[in-house]
Write a protein that binds this ligand. Structure first.
Ligand SMILES: [Zn+2]
Length: 624
């Protein structure tokens, strides 16, 4: 049997004209982390990143590497990167262990992986993705602090990677781990796409930021066939004739062990504390629908691991199934390179599916079932024919095994979002403006505000957050044009008002609110007695506002290329999920009266990434 050949080796630089026109360029990065070795050389990978003329730093149009160490107050200088892959030092391409101390290489590794992740998101979503803050360039500090940690911070508008002394005495740099760089970049991108997902809301939403960042990071590692091949070959001798694996080695449990667990084993043990154990858990957690209801798995990080395990086990099942099915009847040995390539292709498709899913997720109060329906729908729109890998079926099955079902109860069992309600009115909106203008989208929502249509609630403030025209390309060149619009509703209610709209908040919370409300009511009565010309003390209004937790709702509208709504995904600002959210926040101690949600925002960030020094800032929530 002929083993399919790899890409031809890169032998010459592109000519100036070729380079100027090429949309992408190649850069060498560490395939996973410096601990993953073959013949004592670090396994490297050549990845495609958007081409641009970099200034020293490197500084590009979306990313600015600032090699400043805030702990030691040292600036390591602006790095000048090689102009093309053939000009890179041989030590980089060969994966010489000494590149672990080459800060210029560190700068390239970090820059390239951040840009690759951004490009992956922009390709999947079919549009530019701005950062969550105003500036165009994300600041990235590859050696930003002496700490076994890395984090994304909207306040510093960037990513900070730490370094520390490893057990072996060598310095460990988090910026050299593929999954850590992609993980932090994914936090930044998800925050830009769904600004309310960092808020405390439900156990699932708290877990989602972490789980999603892990999933994109792990699938990004597996999308490199170099890594997959290395894992499959394992310890066996690497003479070309022996590069086959057996049928038994392709069974799901065996693949899980060699690929998922194998990678976890090879990663530097020092980094375990930084990245948690999502990879190890994704291989070792036995699927069980009851886990999600245990106290242990209500803690955000553990719950995030359930999400990771569901996606990664679905990945392994799809891959195993396809690889075995692609062989001839009775075939006993399969070429490793082809199996690795299949695995990398499936990982890539799944990463795209999950990134696209974000556009189809409700803007607030996400649960895993919503995320799953969003992924299934996003994938179906661009890749209606799923017979090749059956990715949607494998995702549904693996989530079900962990007790998570699609939020959509469509009768056909596909788990896709339902069609929009019939009777939507389009007569007064202008289609061209609907593709780009918030006011036009708001008009559409306003015109359709009835409960049986878009269900815009009286008594809540409504704001259209974003309107994005997108062009998505499927694997077969199939093009889908859509407009994605997000809006949200916010309300602050007194206990009586909550009761009126049917929200059941925890009793102790209501009591604490009730006292404020009583004081407020007293003030208002006294005010009335004294006549109209005495102004009410404004402090009371502030006091009651400060003591109520805002309720959020909102929706996503997906318009097709003719301006008709294809999907409408909503979370009612006075709906059932509010009860669960308030109960969760109360239980977690996040609903203390008198605390504003900006405080909640900071609490969440710091628990996730130990951002101790962060000053709480006013979030959007405070401006309405
Ligand atoms: Zn994280």
């Amino acid at each position: 049997m002929k083993v399919p050949s790899a890409d031809p080796p890169i032998t010459r630089a592109l000519s100036k004209e070729e380079a100027a026109r090429a949309p992408m360029r190649k850069m060498t990065v560490i395939a996973q982390d410096p601990g993953v070795r073959r013949d004592n050389k670090i396994v490297m990978s050549t990845i495609d990143v958007p081409a641009e003329d970099l200034r020293n730093g490197p500084m590009g149009y979306r990313v600015q590497v600032v090699d400043f160490d805030a702990t030691r107050r040292v600036f390591h200088g602006s790095h000048h990167l090689p102009a093309s892959v053939v000009k890179e030092p041989k030590s980089w391409r060969d994966g010489e262990p000494r590149i672990q101390r080459d800060f210029r290489f560190h700068a390239q590794n970090t820059y390239a992986l951040v840009m690759k992740t951004l490009a992956r998101f922009e390709f999947a979503l079919g549009r530019r993705v701005p950062w969550s803050f105003r500036t165009h360039q994300l600041k990235v500090a590859p050696h930003g602090m002496a700490d076994a940690n890395a984090f994304y911070s909207p306040e510093v508008e960037g990513l900070v990677f730490g370094y520390f002394d490893g057990a072996s005495g060598e310095k460990v740099f988090t910026c050299l781990s593929h999954d850590i760089v992609v993980h932090e970049t994914t936090h930044a991108l998800l925050d830009a796409l769904r600004e309310r997902f960092m808020d405390p809301s439900t156990a699932d939403q708290a877990a989602f930021h972490e789980g999603f960042a892990d999933v994109v990071a792990l699938l990004s590692v597996f999308a490199q066939s170099e890594v997959v091949e290395h894992l499959l070959v394992g310890k066996r001798r690497q003479r070309a004739k022996e590069l086959f694996i057996t049928r038994r080695e392709l069974e799901p449990q065996a693949l899980e062990k060699s690929a998922l667990f194998g990678l976890a084993e090879q990663m530097g043990a020092e980094l375990e504390g930084v990245r948690g154990q999502p990879l190890r858990q994704s291989a070792t957690l036995t699927a069980n629908p009851k886990l999600k209801d245990t106290d242990e798995f209500k803690e955000p990080h553990r719950r995030g691991e359930l999400f990771v395990a569901a996606v990664m086990q679905g990945f392994i099942n799809a891959w195993s199934h396809y690889a075995l099915g692609a062989g001839l009847r009775g075939q006993k040995r399969f070429p490793v390179r082809r199996v690795a390539q299949d695995g990398a292709d499936i990982a890539d498709l799944l990463a795209t599916m999950w990134i696209r899913a974000v556009d189809y997720m409700p803007p607030v109060h996400l649960e895993f079932g919503d995320a799953l329906s969003a992924a299934l729908t996003a994938d179906f729109e661009v890749r209606p024919d799923d017979r090749r890998y059956e990715l949607r079926k494998h995702m549904r099955d693996s989530f079900e095994a962990f007790g998570f079902r699609p939020a959509s109860d469509r009768p056909d069992g596909t788990g896709l979002w339902r069609q929009p309600p019939p009777g939507l009115k389009y007569d007064r909106v202008r289609f061209e403006s609907l593709k780009t203008e918030k006011d036009e989208v708001f008009r559409f929502i306003w015109d359709n505000r009835e409960p049986e249509l878009l269900n815009l609630r009286d008594g809540a403030y409504t704001e259209v957050l974003s309107v994005q025209p997108v062009t998505r390309v499927g694997v077969d060149g199939f093009v889908v044009r859509e407009t994605v619009a997000q809006y949200y509703q916010v309300a602050r209610l007194t206990p009586d008002e909550m009761r009126d709209v049917g929200i059941q908040a925890p009793r102790e919370y209501l009591r604490s609110l009730g006292e404020t409300a009583k004081a407020f009511a007293k003030g208002a009565v006294a005010d009335g007695d004294e006549g109209e010309d005495t102004p009410a003390p404004p402090a009371d209004v502030d006091a009651i506002e400060a003591k109520t937790t805002p309720l959020y709702g909102g929706g996503v509208l997906i318009f097709d290329e003719y301006g008709r709504v294809k999907y409408f995904v909503e979370n009612d600002v006075f709906g059932r999920k509010q009860n669960a959210r308030l109960a969760y926040l109360w239980k977690e101690g996040l609903l203390e009266p008198g605390e504003k949600s900006a405080r909640l925002h900071a609490t969440r960030l710091s628990t996730l990434h130990r951002l101790r020094a962060l000053r709480p800032v006013t979030s959007r929530a405070q401006r309405w």
